[in-house]
Design a protein around this ligand. Structure first.
Ligand code: AMP
Length: 309
């Protein structure tokens, strides 16, 4: 974890936990650890104590649970149920910003009705990572007055349940999605218009992720744009957005400061975490990542984004 005297409040993460089969121009992997909650929780665990809610099937390898435990992630909210684990199968062409989905099998997530453990209900920082919006709302309803709730989604849910996604947007403090999803949900090609339309639905903060082109932050009184960290060697962008969001929320929980200025910092920490996620397939690079490396890239981000007077 990033050291310091910060308050370090816990964060709860709910979302998909799954097995991904992915092909990029730089290689292919089969049934590797994936899922929005997996990337987000591991990323957030570099900053704070993380509690996870989700479901895996009986085929979920024990070594993946061990990986979460090695990051001191609390798994009391993760159920193992009869049936198969969530699976996503996708590929990328040379434009790594565009994920092409070949198959999504919700499997045990199809029937999953989350029960947030009593000990989790007062968690102050909550990340509703990408999963069925009905499930995100069911988790939110079980929380007692969280301080800051952020949610993410994707085209799969906007296609199938746009009204429920909009309900999520209305109920959270921060909403994040990628550029194509913001265009689709807001019915505009202009991301500034989309950012403001989403803000008008209720959240205090909207973050639009643009893959290798960075992220845009909209609040009522502020606007900020962070480039992505410049990398020459990108192997697999899967999970970049989740790793970004997990790092961002983890940093907010670590500092217990949701001011606009601190959210800017959090966006840059999220950017740094995402830069490590894409260097290898699955959570490969996040497993070997050291907190000191996070600090080095954060300092580098400061340098490359500074503008002389
Ligand atoms: P990202 O690249 O950050 O947008 O997210 C990639 C992760 O999202 C993969 O590890 C997938 O397992 C997961 N994923 C893909 N489709 C869905 C879906 N419909 N709902 C929840 N998670 C998904």
């Amino acid at each position: 974890m990033i050291r310091g005297n910060a308050p370090r409040l816990p964060a709860l993460v709910v979302g998909s936990i799954g097995l991904d089969t992915v092909e990029t121009p730089f290689g292919a992997v089969r049934d590797v650890l994936g899922g929005a909650a997996s990337f987000s929780a591991v990323s957030a665990s570099f900053f704070t104590d993380v509690r996870m809610v989700g479901v895996v099937g009986e085929d979920f390898p024990a070594e993946h649970l061990a990986l979460f435990r090695a990051r001191e992630i609390d798994l009391n909210g993760v159920q193992q149920q009869p049936g198969a684990t969530f699976r996503w199968n996708g590929y990328y062409e040379y434009d790594l910003n565009q994920a092409h989905t070949l198959a999504t099998h919700l499997n045990v997530f199809e029937q999953f009705r989350p029960t947030v453990p009593d000990a989790y209900r007062d968690t102050p920082y909550v990340f509703l990572a990408n999963i069925d919006p009905d499930l995100q709302l069911a988790v939110l309803e079980q929380m007692s007055a969280p301080k800051f709730v952020m949610a993410d989604t994707m085209n799969f849910w906007i296609d199938g349940k746009a009204n429920r996604v909009l309900e999520v947007v209305k109920r959270v403090d921060a909403m994040t999605m990628n550029d194509a999803e913001a265009r689709q949900l807001c019915d505009t090609s202009n991301l500034v218009v989309a950012g403001h339309r989403l803000l008008n639905l209720g959240p205090r903060v909207v973050i639009i992720k643009k893959g290798e082109h960075g992220a845009l932050l909209f609040t009522q009184h502020d606007y900020f744009a962070a480039p992505s960290f410049p990398l020459e060697d990108v192997k697999d962008p899967t999970g970049a957005g989740d790793t970004f969001a997990g790092g961002l929320l983890g940093y907010l929980a670590f500092t217990n400061d949701v001011s606009d200025a601190n959210i800017r910092r959090a966006v840059v920490y999220g950017t740094v975490m995402a830069s490590y996620a894409v260097e290898d397939f699955s959570l490969g690079r996040l497993q070997t990542l050291e907190p000191g490396e996070v600090m080095v890239r954060f300092a580098e981000m400061r340098r490359i984004t500074a503008m002389p007077e």
